[in-house]
Design a protein around this ligand. Structure first.
Ligand SMILES: Nc1ncnc2c1ncn2[C@@H]1O[C@H](COP(=O)(O)OP(=O)(O)OP(=O)(O)O)[C@@H](O)[C@H]1O
Ligand SMILES: [Mg+2]
Length: 449
C-alpha cells in the first residue's frame, strides 16, 4: 500500500482528501502546517505529498527543496484557479503535477495511479547519461555537442513533471524525437504517446479529432478522440502555429477548465494528458503578428525547449552520419560507409532541412552507390560545391544557341554531381542513354567514378 501526506491548513479539506486518498488504496496522513509536515516526513517519508502552497507558517514551495523530500516523495500541488499560474510555475521546481480545487476525484485517481518515486525516474535519466558518455546518443537523440547536452539536461529535468512543454526548432531538428524522449522518461511512459498535426486541418475536423464524439442523432458511429486515446500519457500537438483561431480558443478553454465535452455528448470529461507542442516557426513572432493567442502561448510555453539547427552543431555530423547509415543499412539490408572526403563535402552544406535532410541525402547516396563506400554523396539542393559555381559563371542565356546553353547545363550539372551520371541524368530530367549520347557529342571525357 502506498502512503500519502496531505498538507493543507483547512482541517475539513484534509479529512475529505484523506478519505478520497484512502479510497484509492493509500495510507493517508494529514498536516496543517509546514512544521508538522516536515516532522512527519522526517519520521516516515510518504510516497506522495499532496501540498497546498499557502500554509500558516510559510510557503509550501520550500518543501520542494527539502532533501528529505527530493528523490523520495512525489509532490502534487493543490491549488485554486486564482493561484494556478503560480502553481504551474512551481512545477518547474520539481513538483510532479497539480490538482485544481475543488479536487476532481477521477483526476486524483489518475495521479495516484502514476505515483513513482522520483529517484526511479532519475535513474532512467542517469542511464541515458551513461549511454551518452559511451556512445554519443541520449536515447534516440544522437549528438554530444554542447548545444545537444543542454537539450538533454532540460529533457531530463522536465520529464519528471507533467508541465506543458513547447519544443521549437527548424524543420527536421528532432522536435518529435525530443517529445518522445520526454514521454519515455516520464511517469506517463506506460500510457500512450499520441501525436497530431494541427496544420492544414480545419477547426471542426481538429476538434472532432481531439475531442471525439458519441453517437450523433444522424447515426454517426462513436469515436474516441485523441485526448481519450492519450489518457494518462502524452499528447503531442505538432505544427501548433498553424492552429486556426477558433481551435486556439477551444484548446485554451480545455486547458483552463481541465475538461472537455466530446461532440454530441452531454458529459464533460476530465483531461489527463501531458501536453507537448511543437512549432518550426517562431511562435512568439506569431503572437506579435496577432496570429497566435498570447494567453494560449503562455499556457503551452511553460517550459520552452529549443532544438539547435544542424549547421550549429556540425561537430555532431560524423556521429549522425554513422548512426543514420547504420539505420539505413538495417532497412536496406547491408552496410555502407562514407568516404572521409565525402564527409567533408557534407560538412560544407547548409542543411536547411537539418537531420531529416541529412538522412534523406544519405539514403539517396546509399541507394545510388554500387559499392560499400560512398564517395560521391547526394547533396541537398541548396548545396553548391564552390568549384562548380566558379567554373561556370552565370552568362546571359539570351543570344546564344540552344545547343550551347544545353551543353553548359549538362556539363555544369555533371560537375555538380561529382561526375555521377545517374544523378546528373535525374537532375536534368533526361534518360541516362540521352546523357551518354550528349557526352559523346561533346567529346567529353568519360569521367571515372
Ligand atoms: N538528434 C537526432 N539524432 C538522430 N536522429 C535525429 C535527430 N534529430 C532528428 N533526427 C531524425 O531526423 C528526422 C526528423 O526528426 P523529427 O521528425 O523529430 O523532426 P521535427 O523537428 O519534428 O521536424 P518537422 O519540423 O519537419 O516536423 C527523423 O528521422 C529523426 O529520427
Ligand atoms: Mg515533426
Amino acid at each position: 500500500m502506498g502512503s500519502a501526506l496531505i498538507v493543507d491548513d483547512d482541517p475539513d479539506f484534509c479529512r475529505m482528501m484523506a478519505r478520497l486518498v484512502a479510497h484509492h488504496g493509500f495510507d493517508a496522513a494529514t498536516a496543517q502546517s509546514l512544521g508538522s509536515a516536515r516532522r512527519q516526513i522526517a519520521a516516515r517519508p510518504p510516497d506522495v505529498v499532496l501540498l497546498d502552497l499557502e500554509l500558516p507558517d510559510g510557503n509550501g514551495m520550500s518543501l520542494l527543496d527539502d532533501p528529505a523530500v527530493r528523490g523520495r516523495s512525489e509532490v502534487i500541488l493543490m491549488t485554486g484557479l486564482a493561484r494556478l499560474e503560480t502553481s504551474i510555475q512551481a512545477l518547474r521546481y520539481g513538483a510532479a503535477d497539480y490538482l485544481l480545487k475543488p479536487v476532481d476525484a477521477s483526476r486524483l485517481g489518475c495521479i495516484l495511479a502514476r505515483v513513482t518515486r522520483p529517484d526511479l525516474l532519475q535513474a532512467k535519466v542517469a542511464a541515458l547519461r551513461d549511454q551518452l558518455a559511451r556512445t554519443g546518443a541520449f536515447g534516440a537523440l544522437v549528438g554530444r555537442s554542447g548545444r545537444m547536452q543542454l537539450v538533454y539536461e532540460l529533457i531530463g529535468r522536465v520529464a519528471q513533471s507533467s508541465i506543458p512543454v513547447l519544443v521549437s526548432g527548424e524543420s527536421g531538428t528532432g522536435k518529435e524525437l525530443a517529445a518522445r524522449t520526454i514521454h519515455g522518461l516520464s511517469r506517463r511512459q506506460p500510457a500512450p504517446f499520441v501525436a497530431v498535426s494541427c496544420g492544414g486541418i480545419g477547426p471542426d475536423a481538429l476538434e472532432s479529432e481531439l475531442f471525439g464524439s458519441e453517437n450523433s442523432r444522424a447515426g454517426d458511429a462513436e469515436h474516441a478522440g485523441l485526448l481519450e486515446r492519450a489518457r494518462g500519457g502524452t499528447l503531442f500537438l505538432d505544427e501548433i502555429c498553424d492552429m486556426s483561431a477558433a481551435m486556439q480558443a477551444r484548446l485554451l478553454h480545455v486547458l483552463e477548465t481541465g475538461s472537455y465535452t466530446p461532440l454530441f455528448s452531454a458529459t464533460r470529461r476530465v483531461v489527463d494528458v501531458r501536453l507537448i507542442s511543437a512549432s518550426n516557426r517562431d511562435l512568439q513572432q506569431a503572437v506579435a503578428a496577432g496570429l497566435f493567442r498570447q494567453d494560449l502561448f503562455y499556457r503551452l510555453n511553460v517550459f520552452p525547449l529549443q532544438l539547435p539547427p544542424l549547421r550549429e552543431r556540425m561537430e555532431d555530423l560524423p556521429l549522425l552520419v554513422t548512426h543514420l547509415l547504420r539505420e539505413i543499412g538495417r532497412a536496406e539490408g547491408g552496410f555502407k560507409q562514407l568516404a572521409p572526403a565525402a564527409l567533408q563535402r557534407l560538412a560544407r552544406c547548409h542543411w536547411s532541412g537539418n537531420v531529416r535532410e541529412l538522412r534523406n541525402a544519405l539514403h539517396q547516396s546509399y541507394v545510388m552507390t554500387p559499392g560499400d563506400e560512398i564517395k560521391h554523396p547526394w547533396l541537398p539542393s541548396d548545396a553548391r560545391p564552390a568549384a562548380a559555381v566558379r567554373s561556370h559563371p552565370a552568362q546571359p542565356v539570351a543570344g546564344r544557341t540552344l545547343a550551347q546553353v544545353e551543353k553548359e547545363a549538362v556539363l555544369a550539372t555533371l560537375e555538380q554531381h561529382g561526375n555521377h551520371k545517374e544523378r546528373t541524368a535525374a537532375a536534368l530530367g533526361i534518360s541516362i542513354k540521352t546523357l551518354y549520347n550528349r557526352l559523346k557529342e561533346y567529346g567529353a571525357q568519360e569521367p571515372g567514378r
